[in-house]
Design a binder for this molecule. Structure first.
Ligand code: CAA
Length: 267
């Protein structure tokens, strides 16, 4: 791979992307505290451990100082779906990045144009939205989103990066939820409303959709898999109503698979 990836974040997307990229080169992964760095290390090691081919997890270096991302040629912000938090981090990444480095965001629902604009003057020319999917090593698609001012070199490098990572890039418009989340999340939350109105068991609703439509996961398991907190943030950005049941679960700390409790329960 021609690029050296520096990823800022320690959640499923950041760690999944770092593990995926470790197949193709060295990766820097920034976590905001020693505790989150420790969790990120364990997640990367676990994800790499699932790979069938031999990949050295030591290719991912976890750091806690943003300055340590300076050698990266592509700096990827992969933190919570919050415009203000993302902009604050992107500004710091822009300050440590080399002049030719690309700046990227893995936002799944926020405006890429808006993030580039608020990060600073001249940023949009070398800014790209790289919307990867969960679990990153297994999902082939990257939705590529460019601000209007993105330069041809930045566009070419972003496409080449996706290819080098073994992904298929599809350029999509900078509209809320892009393509996949715009079409997926109304369906997922509708399944929760259906669960409430039908009185069916969650696992049976899921079984119907898995066995009747050939999807790998039912809609309720998929919400739990993405995380009910993350799913709520996406729904709010794209204007999908969040059912009360989901809000109650989130308030109760039942965030889905990662907390072993959500719309379904996990052993
Ligand atoms: N790499 C990393 N993790 C993987 C993986 C892979 N190749 N395959 C599965 N996993 C993880 C699962 O998350 C799970 O982890 P935990 O239990 O530790 O949380 C674990 O491995 C075990 O999973 P399974 O044994 O159930 O794995 P499986 O082989 O049956 O396949 C699946 C699981 C690949 C996730 C499959 O069910 C699938 O394709 N589901 C649909 C996923 C999907 O639609 N993703 C898009 C979500 S929308 C999104 O991501 C948008 C956004 O912006 C948030």
């Amino acid at each position: 791979m021609n690029e050296h990836l520096g990823i800022a974040g320690s959640g499923a997307i950041a760690c999944g992307l770092a593990a995926t990229a470790a197949r193709h080169g060295d990766v820097l992964l920034w976590a905001r505290s020693a505790a989150s760095a420790e969790r990120a290390r364990a997640t990367v090691d676990k994800v790499v451990g699932r790979f069938k081919d031999d990949v050295d997890p030591a290719r991912v270096t976890v750091v806690t100082a943003l300055e340590d991302l300076a050698p990266a040629t592509v700096l990827v912000e992969a933190i919570s779906e919050d415009h203000g938090m993302k902009v604050e981090l992107l500004q710091k990444l822009a300050a440590v990045a080399g002049p030719d480095a690309l700046l990227a965001t893995t936002t799944s629902s926020l405006s890429v144009e808006g993030l580039a604009r608020d990060t600073g003057d001249g940023i949009a020319e070398r800014f790209v939205g790289l919307h990867v999917f969960n679990p990153v090593p297994a999902m082939e698609l990257v939705e590529l989103v460019f601000p209007a001012a993105a330069g041809p070199a930045a566009r070419d490098r972003a496409r080449a990066l996706c290819e080098a990572l073994g992904k298929t890039a599809v350029e999509v418009p900078d509209t809320p939820g892009f393509v996949v989340n715009r079409l997926l999340f109304p369906y997922l939350f509708d399944a929760v409303r259906f669960l409430d109105s039908s009185g069916m068991e969650a696992k049976d609703v899921d079984r119907c959709m898995v066995l009747g439509t050939g999807q790998p996961m039912g809609p309720l398991a998929l919400l739990d898999f993405v995380g009910l907190d993350v799913s709520t943030a996406i729904a709010e950005e794209i204007g999908v109503e969040v059912p009360e049941r989901v809000r109650t679960l989130v308030a109760d700390g039942a965030l889905g698979r990662k907390t072993k409790r959500g719309l379904l329960t996990y052993g």
